[in-house]
Ligand binder design. Structure first.
Ligand SMILES: *Cc1c(COP(=O)(O)O)cnc(C)c1O
Length: 133
């Protein structure tokens, strides 16, 4: 933590930082409760890869000021792969909405899913049309 603090004092012109919550091969568990608030002190968005930890380790996205946290179904939860669990803060949405260039990907564009059910209901327009035909 001291090394990171000293580094950030001198150099903190970053839009966001990515942090791995837990790395299984090396056994590292990063203390997000300290790292993320420190990054936020410098206005740096925090993106956490918690794929190997989510469901097994404490993860407090609001209290620890995590802007994006990602988890997967196939690790701790031991469920089939294919389900991504994601948490997005209002600041992260704001950063995505204020981009100068549009996000090129459909599935990797988290804005696609913002207010998805409010906008589309349970069925998408396309599914609804097929249902009605
Ligand atoms: C397994 C793992 C990934 C990769 O997840 P996949 O969904 O299998 O691609 C990413 N990050 C961490 C920390 C992991 O342990």
């Amino acid at each position: 933590m001291e090394i990171l603090e000293k580094f950030l004092e001198k150099d903190h012109d970053f839009k966001y930082a990515t942090i791995v919550h837990c790395d299984t091969p090396s056994g590292v568990l990063n203390d997000l409760s300290k790292i993320c608030p420190l990054l936020k002190k410098y206005g740096i968005l925090t993106v956490v890869d918690s794929v190997a930890a989510m469901g097994g380790e404490d993860l407090q996205v609001d209290n620890w000021q995590i802007d994006i946290a990602l988890g997967g179904s196939q690790k701790v939860l031991s469920a089939p792969p294919g389900l991504t669990i994601v948490s997005i803060s209002p600041l992260a949405y704001q950063a995505m909405e204020n981009r100068q260039s549009p996000i090129a990907s459909f599935y990797c564009n988290l804005l696609t899913f913002k207010d998805y059910y409010e906008k589309n209901g349970f069925l998408t327009q396309c599914q609804f049309q097929t249902f009605m035909d």
